[in-house]
Design a protein around this ligand. Structure first.
Ligand SMILES: NC(=O)c1ccc[n+]([C@@H]2O[C@H](COP(=O)([O-])OP(=O)(O)OC[C@H]3O[C@@H](n4cnc5c(N)ncnc54)[C@H](O)[C@@H]3O)[C@@H](O)[C@H]2O)c1
Length: 369
């Protein structure tokens, strides 16, 4: 099934999220209208998942650079579920990126099979990347850098600006939600969606939904935690606590902003908690909320969520890409507030999720401000 025209994307970071996204694009090529299981939109403003194609990709791992992206997505240390193994060759080879702070030194203490194996040297220059982006015809660059890659994330944002690409920031370095960066995208009339993907049915959306339920039922939340464990490179990377500041802010703010009243920092703990190698890409979240009911009578709620982490994010990015394309078609640049609010944990403006849902449908139909 084909929509209006092709959507050419570039990817920085060919990890588990990229793997799920590319598998999904192929998987949904075979699906007709009645079978939209796992998608929020099959047809989004005239675009279908199958309209997306990868025009360029960058990584730093010697097991991925130089390979066709259809092979690179299945190379170690990627470990996510393979739900569509027959991704056809694309002719697009993964190009060397610029390493900067994408590789955390603590990783050298772990087996090579479960960590990044960076190429020697510093990698490509900005000019190299910009030239590749321009030559590829990519219209949108997706940033999938590891958490804590402050320099690398900004480097790719800079490359997008220079190459004239829209930008989707899937990770928690604040770019869309930083007014200085947002202004630069606005000035170049390039759309930007960010920051930090809110998974399809992940810990954040569930925690926010429960916070909203407590609010609507008049139950005061007094304390809460959200503990997460996983065994992929994302969780391994996050063992380096010094890289976690923005991830913690992003995840914590996503919950704080949905509560009736903000909690003191000592009464809320939201974050990646540990790396359990055998879990691979399975993420487990333990969530607890303590509150007071009628008559100040105490109550508490505990929930355990088990999800495959990367398809959970791909189920959202596949819509973010198509919203970005709609903005490009409409000549709209700068922050895309509605897609950022619905698809991201740390958008420039937070909205309750039911309002963000209404806003995103308006955005897609073109009936928004
Ligand atoms: N549900 C989710 O999976 C989810 C949700 C929200 C946010 N995120 C974020 O998205 C990002 C990507 O997640 P992932 O699971 O795909 O991570 P991953 O560890 O599987 O992949 C990261 C990739 O980036 C590459 N890389 C590292 N430094 C680089 C550089 N300087 N240039 C180019 N490539 C570089 C690595 O080699 C690796 O292939 C992470 O920051 C993660 O926190 C993921």
């Amino acid at each position: 099934m084909a929509g209006k025209e092709r959507i050419k994307i570039a990817i920085a970071g060919v990890g588990n999220c990229s793997s799920s996204l590319l598998q999904g694009i192929e998987y949904y090529k075979k699906k007709e209208n009645a079978e939209t299981i796992g998608l929020m939109h099959l047809n989004l403003g005239g675009y279908f998942p199958s309209d997306i194609e990868v025009a360029a990709a960058f990584d730093i791992d010697i097991r991925k650079v130089g390979k066709d992206i259809s092979e690179a997505i299945f190379s170690l240390p990627n470990c996510t579920t393979v739900f569509y193994p027959d991704v056809p060759k694309t002719g697009v080879k993964v190009k060397m990126g610029r390493i900067l702070d994408g590789f955390s030194e603590h990783l050298v203490n772990y087996p090579e099979d479960c960590r990044f194996l960076p190429a020697e040297g510093e990698g490509a220059t900005k000019e190299d990347i910009v030239n590749i982006l321009k030559g590829s015809g990519a219209e949108i660059l997706i940033n999938y850098m590891p958490v804590g890659s402050e320099e690398a994330a900004r480097f790719y944002a800079e490359c997008a600006l220079e190459a004239g690409c829209a930008f989707i920031n899937s990770m928690p370095v604040f770019i869309a939600s930083d007014p200085v960066w947002a202004k630069r995208f606005e000035e170049k009339r390039l759309p930007i969606i960010g920051d930090d993907i809110k998974s399809q049915l992940g810990a954040t959306i569930i925690h926010r939904t429960l916070a909203d339920l407590f609010k609507k039922r008049g139950v005061k939340v007094e304390r809460t935690y959200q503990l997460n464990t996983g065994g992929n490179t994302d969780f391994l990377n996050m063992l380096n606590r010094s890289r976690l500041a923005s991830k913690k802010t992003s995840k914590t703010e996503a919950v704080q902003s949905a509560l009736a009243a903000r909690l003191d920092s000592g009464n809320i703990h939201v974050g990646p908690s540990d790396y359990v190698p055998w879990q691979k890409d399975n993420k487990v979240c333990y969530l607890r909320m303590e509150g007071k009911l009628f008559g100040d009578v105490p109550m508490n709620l505990e929930l355990r969520l088990s999800v495959e982490d990367s398809p959970n994010s791909a189920g959202v990015i596949i819509d973010a890409i198509r919203c970005c394309k709609l903005a490009l078609d409409r000549g709209k640049g700068g922050i895309l507030y509605q897609p950022s609010a619905y698809f991201m944990k740390h958008p420039p403006e937070q909205y309750p999720d039911d309002e963000a849902y209404r806003m995103i449908e308006e955005f897609i139909s073109g009936n928004n401000k």
